[in-house]
Design a protein around this ligand. Structure first.
Ligand SMILES: Nc1ncnc2c1ncn2[C@@H]1O[C@H](COP(=O)(O)OP(=O)(O)OP(=O)(O)O)[C@@H](O)[C@H]1O
Length: 217
């Protein structure tokens, strides 16, 4: 599904990624652990096409994503990739439903189709009773589930999650773990998750560790 080869990235004279190879297969959860500054977020952002590598290749199936120009890249990102961050980044002035719909509208999908799928996702994620609530009227765990629904609206190939439970208490973090597993089991959804959370890292199908700009296992 995703194949990255020899990814190199520097910021100024800091060599953050020193030739990373990584593959992600359909329907698997991959976790990435490592010390602060090892380059995890940078790698996630490059795999998610939010950043460009200095060199190396990034393929999604047959798509040579590293060759796309800015417009093509943002179109690709919007339709193939989902993101969940530590802080949910929901838009405060919009309801849960509207937040979930947003990437679908941006992708130019028909309104009714997007709203229908958003409603279904909110049901699956057990948050349907909050459909008309704005983010500040929901708990942290609820907001993060809305953020997961938003990440899934365009049926992405892969969801990239950067410390998705970093801002949650242990009960809500546990709920989030179960949710990732359920989405993998029922919908064959692939996830790449950067996390310091031991339990979350352990439930992955493949557990990778980064040290100093390289994946060591
Ligand atoms: N936009 C940027 N400009 C300059 N330096 C950056 C930038 N982004 C990251 N870095 C540097 O790259 C290195 C790796 O950062 P990165 O965020 O990828 O690490 P990380 O493993 O995710 O760390 P953490 O666990 O603390 O989030 C750090 O030294 C960081 O300061």
């Amino acid at each position: 599904m995703l194949s990255a080869r020899n990814i190199v990235k520097s910021y100024g004279d800091v060599n953050v990624l020193k030739g990373v190879d990584i593959d992600v297969y359909s329907g698997e959860i991959v976790s990435i652990r490592g010390a602060s500054g090892a380059g995890k977020t940078t790698l996630l952002q490059i795999m998610g096409t939010l950043e460009r590598p200095d060199s190396g290749s990034l393929m999604y199936g047959d798509h040579k994503v590293h060759q796309l120009r800015d417009k093509g890249l943002s179109n690709f990102r919007n339709t193939h990739i989902g993101f969940v961050f530590q802080f949910h980044h929901l838009l405060p002035e919009f309801t849960a439903l509207e937040n979930v719909c947003m990437p679908g509208f941006i992708a130019g999908k028909p309104d009714s189709e997007v709203r229908k799928r958003a409603g279904e996702l909110l049901k699956i994620l057990n948050i349907h009773h909050r459909i008309d609530h704005k983010p500040n009227a929901m708990s942290g765990g609820e907001q993060q589930r809305v953020a997961v629904a938003r990440a899934l609206i365009n049926q992405p190939d892969i969801v990239f999650a950067d410390e998705p439970t970093g801002n949650l208490d242990s009960v809500h973090a546990e709920e989030m773990h179960e949710l990732f597993l359920r989405l993998r089991n029922e919908f064959n959804q692939s996830f790449v998750i950067v996390t310091h959370n031991h339990e979350l890292a352990e439930l992955a199908d493949r557990k990778l560790e980064m040290i100093d700009g390289k994946i060591i296992r």
